[in-house]
Design a protein around this ligand. Sequence first.
Ligand code: NAP
Length: 275
Amino acid sequence: MHMIDVNPTVWDRLLAVRQGRSCTCCGRWSADETGALDLYGPLARRDLGPMVVAQIGQSLDGRIATVTGDARDVSGPDGLAHLHRMRALVDGVVIGVRTALHDTPRLTVRLCEGPNPARIVIDPRGRLPDDAPLLARDGTRRIIVQAVDRPRPDGVEVIRLSDRDGMLDPAGILTALHATGLSSLMIEGGGITISRFLEAGLLTRLQVAIAPLLIGGGPQGLTMPSPTEKLSEAIRPETRAFSLGSDVVFDCALNADALAAREPLHARPARAVRS
Ligand SMILES: NC(=O)c1ccc[n+]([C@@H]2O[C@H](COP(=O)([O-])OP(=O)(O)OC[C@H]3O[C@@H](n4cnc5c(N)ncnc54)[C@H](OP(=O)(O)O)[C@@H]3O)[C@@H](O)[C@H]2O)c1
């Protein structure tokens, strides 16, 4: 288990990496500071091209909400701070419309320093009301991916895609988002949305943050539409565990890009990083 220390010096370095102004390798760091750079560095880097990370916060018994849908504090305080750090390091945060309707999240960065990411909702049928908090005009890009011709408030960008039986192709969603200039994306939930990207093999990495509580019922974290029947065919990603304090996060590398991002920044040819 790796411990992390996200002190202001470490965080400033990570924001500089995000801006392509620095690396994660140089400097004298303690073991816990190195843990923080290992956890967040791959999200901050822009030299490896597009990156898609999914993050889900769940209880010890694998629930992301109660039977009545109470989901606001599944993660402990350190898990929430972790989520806000991730938001600050990516270009855009994607959620499914069920989360947007149920949780009415703002998807802003409030628990650390850093820029707000673009806010993106997958809303194929046009169910999100125009006064949803995440559509509030605050200088941040707001994007809706939809399969219907439904006008949205001024300033909200619309990506209109064709559906098949109500399903939007996850690869098509990512291609369209990358084409708008958003390189690194976080799929923040809920379980349905993450599972579709996971099953399509489109996630670079998956972070499962586990909080030490037992809920006993309620929606499960990840339930894939076509689950494996044999354990021998289960996805077994290379995984590292980090103690956040109140919660533990499992950081799973799902493809070669994720493994490459674990190399120190200076060990690879830099594409977008200035010396
Ligand atoms: N603990 C956590 O980390 C966390 C994070 C987020 C949310 N949550 C909880 O999770 C629950 C909601 O999650 P959920 O899994 O039920 O739903 P969700 O993933 O938030 O939203 C799913 C919906 O988004 C649309 N959608 C997503 N991907 C699509 C695709 N590829 N093609 C077409 N439509 C797509 C569909 O909308 P339509 O239904 O209109 O077809 C789909 O039903 C809430 O209880 C929330 O509180 C927990």
